[in-house]
Design a protein around this ligand. Structure first.
Ligand SMILES: Nc1ncnc2c1ncn2[C@@H]1O[C@H](COP(=O)(O)OP(=O)(O)OP(=O)(O)O)[C@@H](O)[C@H]1O
Length: 380
């Protein structure tokens, strides 16, 4: 049985159409991340699943039970949905100790004192903070408060844990630590987790599946690997390749010749299968910096490039290179002693190339072969 089924969810907030027909099925034990730029509707969807936001159309089924139905104006009480929500702000009660904060959900269920003690301590153990039980939130660091907030959410053994950017208030080091903790916790508890973030790396590290949103619409739901390798649209590719992950984009022309299309780009020619005989059009080829390997010695199949500049950042370096008029960025491990103007030879990992229709932004597939520029062309 699926843990959560969302069908055609539409949500308006103050007359603004925020969620526009979301269909998403989340399986039991999945760690699904809702990923997208600020304002795309991730939090609204999480709140809708939790029951804190009413939907206008569509249905939500949790563990086989319908909990919301737009056409029938049915919205089950949040407390009855079997989900637990952790907010970005930890929302701990300042006048209560850590123990009491975590125990609260059990106390209102009228459990006996020994049972409460056992559950609270087990939950604090899982978050590796049993020694903080008697402290007050004001005496804790941000990371510790976040652990308490998660301990409070898991103490009632919810079937589903909803987390809204829970790490965004932490510094970089703590964030990395907490990512590992959440992944461990998911492995240990087997709980279904729905996690909201706008941080691609966070999504890639922890999730079993990532759902990418833009403007209230779901664009791609895939495993992190598939999302990384084959973004479905240029917009997704650009979003995944933003920040330090600068995506290389090279424009080309796609010419149709019956059943196949030939794509000509400055980096070589490609063939893609064509289904609907579209006319000639512009395409964008994308390639990640880590999919360009730089060599100092010339070899067959490599492309001669000139170093423009080098940006070392300790463990890795970004090298901007020019091939004729085309500027590319390569990412390599370490801190190489390349000089601006130096001639190098680039190996393009052709299996990592993606092609998109420039106008629609949709991915063209599959690239059936790649003809590299002729050697004499390479001499320029
Ligand atoms: N209470 C509200 N009143 C008016 N507009 C709202 C309200 N809540 C959300 N919105 C709007 O709904 C849209 C989606 O907001 P939401 O918080 O779901 O986005 P998000 O993807 O989670 O963004 P972020 O990553 O910045 O939290 C935004 O345009 C926001 O301005």
């Amino acid at each position: 049985m699926s843990a959560i089924q969302l069908k055609q969810i539409h949500v308006n907030v103050q007359n603004k159409h925020i969620l526009k027909g979301i269909d998403l099925t989340i399986e039991e034990g999945d760690f699904v991340t809702l990923l997208g730029p600020s304002g795309c509707g991730k939090t609204t969807l999480l709140r809708t699943i939790a029951g804190l936001q009413k939907l206008d159309e569509g249905t939500i089924v949790i563990a086989g039970k319908e909990v919301a139905n737009g056409s029938m104006s049915f919205h089950m009480d949040p407390a009855k949905r079997g989900v637990s929500l952790v907010f970005q702000s930890y929302a701990l009660w300042p006048h209560m100790t850590v123990f009491d904060n975590v125990a609260f959900g059990l106390q209102i269920r009228k459990l006996g004192k020994p049972e409460i003690r056992q559950c609270v301590m087990a939950s604090l153990d899982k978050m590796r903070i049993p020694e903080l039980a008697d402290r007050y939130p004001g005496e804790l660091s941000g990371g510790q408060q976040q652990r308490v907030a998660i301990a409070r959410a898991i103490v009632t053994s919810p079937e589903i844990l909803l987390l809204d950017e829970p790490l965004s208030n932490l510094d970089a080091k703590l964030r990395t630590e907490m990512r590992a903790e959440l992944k461990r916790l998911h492995g240990e508890l087997g709980t279904t987790i729905v996690y909201v973030t706008h941080d691609q790396q966070e999504a890639m590290t922890m999730s079993t599946k990532v759902a990418v949103f833009f403007g209230g619409e779901l664009v791609q739901v895939d495993t992190p690997r598939e999302l990384y390798r084959h973004p479905k649209t240029l917009q997704v590719a650009e979003f995944m390749g933003s920040g330090d992950h600068k995506l290389n984009q090279v424009e080309g022309i796609c010419r149709n010749s019956g059943n196949e299309c030939y794509i000509r780009t400055p980096l070589g020619d490609f063939r893609v299968a064509e289904e609907d005989g579209d006319p000639d059009r512009g395409v964008v080829m994308t390639l990640k910096p880590e999919d360009i390997v730089l060599h100092e010695k010339r070899k067959e199949g490599l492309i001669p490039v000139k170093v423009k500049d080098v940006h070392p950042s300790g463990a890795e370096s970004l090298i901007r290179i020019d091939y004729g008029d085309v500027q590319l960025t390569a990412r390599i491990l370490g801190d190489p002693e390349f000089e601006p103007g130096q001639l190098l030879y680039a190996e393009i990992r052709e299996d990592r190339i993606n092609m998109y229709d420039k106008q629609t932004g949709c991915r063209l597939e599959p690239v059936t072969f790649y003809i590299k520029p002729a050697m004499e062309e390479l001499q320029r």
